[in-house]
Design a protein around this ligand. Structure first.
Ligand code: LMR
Length: 338
């Protein structure tokens, strides 16, 4: 008998093609941040709810901190079925051909979180998830992190301060253009490599919500942090479509409910985690924090907002219009309340 045939028989005997009632279903959930971030805490919350509610039928193995895969690799691993669940940032879908997700990267497109959540939970959020299906991926939920801040070893107050700086970005064309518009040189790099790159001077600075900045200890290697809120970083919780649709229907329903509850929890803690992280950075005393003045903010906005037009063909003019429409509705409602 050929070795290959023998292996196939052994596999067929040890890996039944359908799940019997008693079998434990293992869900591997990989992510790149620490367990003490909004995403890390939510992944652990989902594990807890999923395991409790299925009485142990489902076991969720959470692999944090790029332990299993880095940014790009994790999406490929999901498509291959080597892991089953991820929550990549919305800036990481471009490389798999879902460029419309980069609408979330446009600077100053979301005036507030109410607008953001309505966009995520509405037709645009659903349409974006629809784009993933042909790639073997299902979108389950949108999770928050928060608005991004900029860091470097020099103060960043006005666009002119960025000139010539090498800044780490995620793999998004919008983010690349954003840094160029500020006069900096963008460098795409996996999240797990940022601390060392900053430490060794491979890059001079970066952008992220403060919860990521603090939990990756970037305050040890960055002297200045500007509270700019110039853009947003959030996540899409995604699963391998074949795996998810192959789950017993009752189990899948329980998991989807657990995911809904986890999403409420995650959005609830995200802002608080970022606020606390900022206090910790302040307490560490290694990084000077500068909050943009209204005048400085206006100078950044002026420099960056033209990108909405430049990228309308990439992210969809209609998508930008949908966000602007929701933002206007939210503003109208908030004025009516006053
Ligand atoms: C980054 O790469 O900067 C972030 O997407 C990391 C994360 O998942 O929050």
């Amino acid at each position: 008998m050929h070795l290959r045939t023998l292996v196939a028989i052994v596999l067929a005997l040890t890996l039944p093609s359908t799940l019997s009632a008693a079998e434990t279903i293992v869900i591997k959930f990989s992510h790149v941040v620490t367990p003490s971030t909004p995403k890390g805490k939510a992944a652990d919350k989902f594990k807890q709810l999923a395991e409790e509610r299925t009485q142990g039928r489902v076991k969720v193995e959470v692999y944090p901190n790029s332990q299993l895969y880095k940014d790009r690799e994790e999406v490929e691993a999901l498509q291959l079925g080597a892991v089953h669940m991820l929550a990549p940032s919305l800036s990481k879908f471009g490389p798999i051909g879902a460029r419309e997700f980069e609408v979330f990267d446009l600077p100053y497109i979301f005036p507030n979180k109410t607008t953001l959540h309505r966009v995520m939970d509405g037709a645009l959020g659903r349409d974006l998830f629809g784009k993933l299906e042909a790639k073997g991926i299902l979108g389950l939920a949108y999770w928050d992190n928060g608005f991004k801040q900029m860091s470097a070893n020099k103060p960043l107050r006005l666009p002119a301060d960025f000139k010539g700086l090498k800044l780490r970005i995620q793999s998004s064309k919008v983010l690349e253009a954003q840094m160029k518009a500020l006069g900096a040189n963008p460098r795409v790099m996996a999240f797990s490599e940022v601390y060392t790159a900053l430490q060794q001077g491979v890059v001079d600075g970066t952008e992220n919500p403060v919860s990521n900045f603090y939990t990756q200890k970037m305050h040890e290697v960055q002297k200045h942090l500007t509270i700019s809120d110039h853009g947003y970083l959030g996540y899409a919780v995604i699963v391998n479509k074949k795996f998810w649709e192959g789950l017993p229907a009752d189990i899948r329903a329980v998991l989807e409910k657990a995911m809904q509850e986890t999403t409420v929890y995650e959005r609830d803690i995200a802002q608080k985690e970022n606020d606390e992280a900022l206090e910790k950075v302040r307490a560490a005393g290694t990084t000077q924090i500068h909050v943009l003045t209204p005048k400085e903010r206006e100078a950044w906005r002026k420099q960056l907002v033209t990108m909405h037009k430049d990228f309308q063909d990439v992210v969809g003019q209609a998508n930008i219009a949908r966000i602007n429409k929701i933002a206007a509705e939210v503003e109208k409602e908030s004025k009516a309340k006053k």
